[in-house]
Design a protein around this ligand. Structure first.
Ligand code: PAF
Length: 283
């Protein structure tokens, strides 16, 4: 087993490394993560390895994207496990900054993306996407990344980042990675490790409800009725509450009232066993 060639812990070290890559004419791809790596992350690293000459993985649990009552302190952290997981992947380097490296004293800037960031997750988690957009812009710029990749599991995050990169003319290509799932359909997520043996099988109910929702919509069921049916199905699977079930325009995430007119996406967020799960599917 080999670990990635370089581990850098501050931005000066990262800039020196990237300068040496760029001096050789290499393109750089970044895979931003918050660690607790699972097979979904590893598939993003593999995909990046096919696009960029040099693949950089960042690991930073970003405090500014967590709300006051969210799980920042409890968020899983496992640096040794993450480095072992990255062995024998295309990762050339891992950037593991600390909080002061990312947010030095006096840091006082935020990027706010508009309407696309306000709905769905943005409505349930105010300020979340400001934190995401700001850290992602910082990572892309510090790494002088030619490519950056994000999983479709966090579909709205991917849309918000694409929008931000376009609005700010960031010289980067944003790639999306297909969601990796367990055998029962549950999307791979760092938070899945919070489930116990009783709650884990119930978690698949979210994906099942979304699959049924896509079928109902294609069969012509009214959007409001179809979403209400999906919400009921999630609750019947054992979830404690549902934040939203939505049928949205796949690009703007605005509500899609006449499916078929534009590419669509179904999205949902719900709580089970104290864990907030999200999932989505193309329509
Ligand atoms: O998806 C995540 O893990 C995070 O939101 C990201 C993109 C690494 C920003 O902190």
């Amino acid at each position: 087993m080999s670990i990635p060639a370089a581990i850098v812990r501050d931005r000066t070290g990262l800039q020196t490394l990237v300068d040496s890559w760029k001096a050789d004419g290499a393109t750089v791809g970044i895979v931003p993560t918050m660690g607790a790596l699972h097979k979904g992350h590893l598939s993003l690293v593999d995909t990046m390895g096919r696009h960029a000459d040099k693949t950089l993985v960042s690991i930073f649990v970003n405090p500014t994207q967590f709300g006051p009552n969210e799980d920042f302190d409890a968020y899983p952290r496992d640096e040794a496990g993450d480095l072992a997981a990255l062995a024998d992947t295309p990762a050339d380097a891992v950037y593991i900054p600390d909080r002061r490296d990312m947010y030095p004293d006096g840091f006082d800037t935020a990027i706010r993306v508009g309407a696309i960031a306000d709905r769905l997750e943005g409505a349930s988690r105010p300020g979340h996407f400001d934190g995401v957009a700001t850290i992602v812009a910082k990572l892309i710029l510090t790494a002088r990344a030619d490519y950056a990749i994000f999983g479709e599991k966090d579909y709205q995050q991917l849309c918000v980042i694409r929008h931000m990169a376009a609005d700010l003319n960031l010289p980067v290509t944003i790639l999306g990675g297909t969601t990796v799932r367990e055998d029962d359909g549950l999307a791979s997520s760092s938070r899945n490790r919070y489930f116990d043996t009783e709650s884990r099988p119930k978690a698949a109910g979210l994906n099942r409800a979304l699959r049924d929702l896509t079928v109902d919509i294609r069969n012509g069921l009214d959007v409001t009725a179809a979403c209400a049916k999906a919400e009921q199905s999630i609750l019947s699977a054992g979830f404690a509450s549902v934040d939203y079930v939505a049928v949205a325009d796949a690009e703007t995430l605005a509500p899609l009232t006449t499916p078929g007119a534009r590419p669509g996406r179904v999205l949902a967020a719900a709580r089970l066993h104290g864990v907030r799960l999200i999932d989505n599917l193309p329509l």
